[in-house]
Structures are given as C-alpha cells and as structure tokens.
Write a protein that binds this ligand. Structure first.
Ligand SMILES: [Zn+2]
Length: 141
C-alpha cells in the first residue's frame, strides 16, 4: 500500500513508476490529469486531430484497410471469440441499455425507419412474397 495525496491508501500495483526519477504517480491521478488536460484543451486537441486526419486521410484509411484486410480472419475470430466468451455480459448490457434508453432507441428506430422507409418496405415486401410462396408450396404438399 502506498499513500496518494488525493486518493488515499492504494495498492502499490496501482502506481505507475516514471522513468527519469520522476517518481511515482497513482494511476487514478494519471487518469484524472489526462481528463483535466483533455477538458482544458478539448478544442485544441480536437482541432489538431481533425487537421491531422484531414492531412493524412488517405494514408490513414489505407493503413486501416490494409490492416483489416491482412487481419480479417484474426479480427473476425477475435470478435466471435470475444462474443462467445462474453455472450451473457453482452446480451445483458444490450438489454440494460435498451431498458434505460427505451425512448431513445425507439426514437432512433423511428428515425431510421423514416429515413429508409422505401428500402425497408421493399425488403418487407420481398420477405412477404417469399413467405407466401413458401406457404403456397406447403399447402400444395
Ligand atoms: Zn491518486
């Protein structure tokens, strides 16, 4: 245990040791500092990021695409492994999110529906037609 001026007694594993004899800092303090720094400089940071992005857009997208293409299998495997290992947690989280944000979710679905009304109704129509066909086939049998 080690004492942090702000957070009190904290397990030593929660301290980060800085190089160059800068000493120890508690992880919570480091996170707080980062947050404060970000809050204070939000606009500057965002501007810098978007400038950097604008300047290097193609390069960034290329790198991302390349990375994705090279690692598609691994990424998909990782995602499905993660999903399988955390299925219950993920479903619970989604459910909780839905229950907490029911109105927001509904609003979003409504907006999505209005925006894509034609595409969706076309999709439904096709589905319905397919189902009718299947039913007809069944009734023939
Ligand atoms: Zn601290």
């Amino acid at each position: 245990m080690k004492n942090c001026k702000i957070h009190g007694m904290i397990d030593i594993s929660n301290f980060i040791i800085f190089k160059n004899n800068l000493g120890y800092k508690c992880k919570l303090c480091v996170i707080d500092n980062k947050k404060i720094y970000y809050q204070k400089n939000k606009e500057k940071i965002n501007e810098r990021h978007s400038k950097y992005y604008q300047k290097n857009k193609e390069k960034i997208n290329d790198t991302r695409r390349e990375y994705y293409e090279k690692n598609t299998d691994r990424l998909l495997e990782h995602a499905s492994k993660y999903y399988n290992n955390n299925k219950e947690k993920i479903i619970k989280r989604q459910l909780e999110y839905y229950q907490k944000n029911r109105e927001k979710v509904k609003e979003k679905q409504r907006a999505h529906y209005h925006k894509n009304k034609e595409v969706i109704s076309e999709r439904y129509k096709k589905k319905r037609e397919k189902n009718i066909l299947i039913q007809e086939e069944k009734s023939v049998i």
